[in-house]
Design a protein around this ligand. Structure first.
Ligand code: ATP
Length: 288
């Protein structure tokens, strides 16, 4: 069995620039991986089938699973006869804005590249990833990057200044399509992405905190007011900066001291079942 780590991402910024003729939104996002990860196990099968095994009953076990789609794509493209059993140990909350499914697909691409000795580069794997979902390309590389286009054009950035990240997910799942659908493009307060890039390049933690921004927040807040409550609690307990990740509903707080991170974690546990304290991974993933 080959094991591959599939880490979650958070959005330090998420901006929507315009709606394209193909109906996708043109986005600009700064994303970074954190050490909350699913574990993907890959085991060859002689019968040629792709099977998904997961302990989490909300993870689809058929071709709807992004990891399944990743295996199918490589299998078809390279005429691989053997099959694979894909075990998904789910740690990343589902439909949370943390790209769990996309990261599982990316880890499957990286792992099968080894298992099937395809010798593909990360750029080639990211290209395949973009056919599965907009966030899969980023997850192939991991680390920290600016993503543009639909999210599939990746420009690598250095690791941000290290800090603790407290993640809190209210007990609701958010539909990314509903959130994008509710966005009013003529009434957006755009984040300062260039300032965020500068903060990362200069290792400036205070500027990074001041530059967080996500245009989807107000839409998700309207659909699910409990997300605002979590954000306010996180601020009240003393996070240096707080933002919703992706289309939500996960909210994260940045803190530069472990003691304060623990205090926020303990405070939030009273309001929210799913709370995690994690570190930024910062750098790119190794190949698998
Ligand atoms: P993003 O941040 O990229 O918008 P997300 O974190 O909001 O993603 P996911 O956890 O990826 O959302 O799940 C979204 C949907 O994708 C789920 O409702 C589920 O049905 C489907 N899905 C497909 N493959 C997976 C997988 N491997 N793990 C979890 N969900 C998956």
């Amino acid at each position: 069995m080959l094991y591959v780590k599939a880490p979650a991402k958070i959005n330090l910024t998420l901006d929507v620039l315009f709606k394209r003729p193909d109906n996708y939104h043109e986005v600009e996002m700064i994303m970074t991986t954190v050490d909350l990860a699913d574990r993907i196990g890959l085991e060859p099968r002689a019968d040629g089938l792709i099977k998904i095994i997961s302990t989490d009953r909300f993870v689809p076990d058929d071709e709807r699973n992004f990891a399944y789609q990743a295996a199918q794509l490589l299998k078809d493209t390279y005429g691989i006869e053997e099959g694979v059993s894909i075990t998904i140990d789910k740690e990343i909350p589902i439909a949370a804005g943390l790209a769990g499914g996309s990261s599982d697909a990316a880890a499957t691409l990286r792992g099968l590249n080894e298992l099937w000795k395809l010798n593909l580069t990360l750029d080639e794997l990211a290209e395949y990833g973009s056919k599965i979902g907009s966030d899969v390309s980023f997850c192939v590389y991991g680390g920290t990057a600016r993503a543009t286009g639909r999210g599939e054009k990746i420009e690598k950035l250095p690791a941000p200044p290290n800090c603790w990240v407290v993640l809190a997910k209210p007990k609701i799942g958010v539909s990314t399509a509903d959130v994008y659908g509710g966005l009013q493009l003529d009434n957006i307060k755009h984040p300062n992405t260039e300032q965020m890039v500068q903060a990362i390049r200069n290792g400036d933690y205070e500027l990074l905190c001041a530059s967080l921004g996500n245009v989807l927040e107000t839409v998700t807040f309207k659909l699910h007011p409990e997300v605002i409550t979590i954000k306010e609690q996180m601020q009240r307990f003393g996070a240096d900066a707080v933002l919703m990740s992706g289309s939500g509903p996960t909210v994260f707080g940045l803190v530069d001291s472990e003691i304060r991170a623990t205090r926020i974690y303990n405070g939030l546990r009273g309001f929210c079942e799913e709370v995690y304290t994690v570190r930024l991974l910062g750098e790119r993933n190794p190949l698998a």
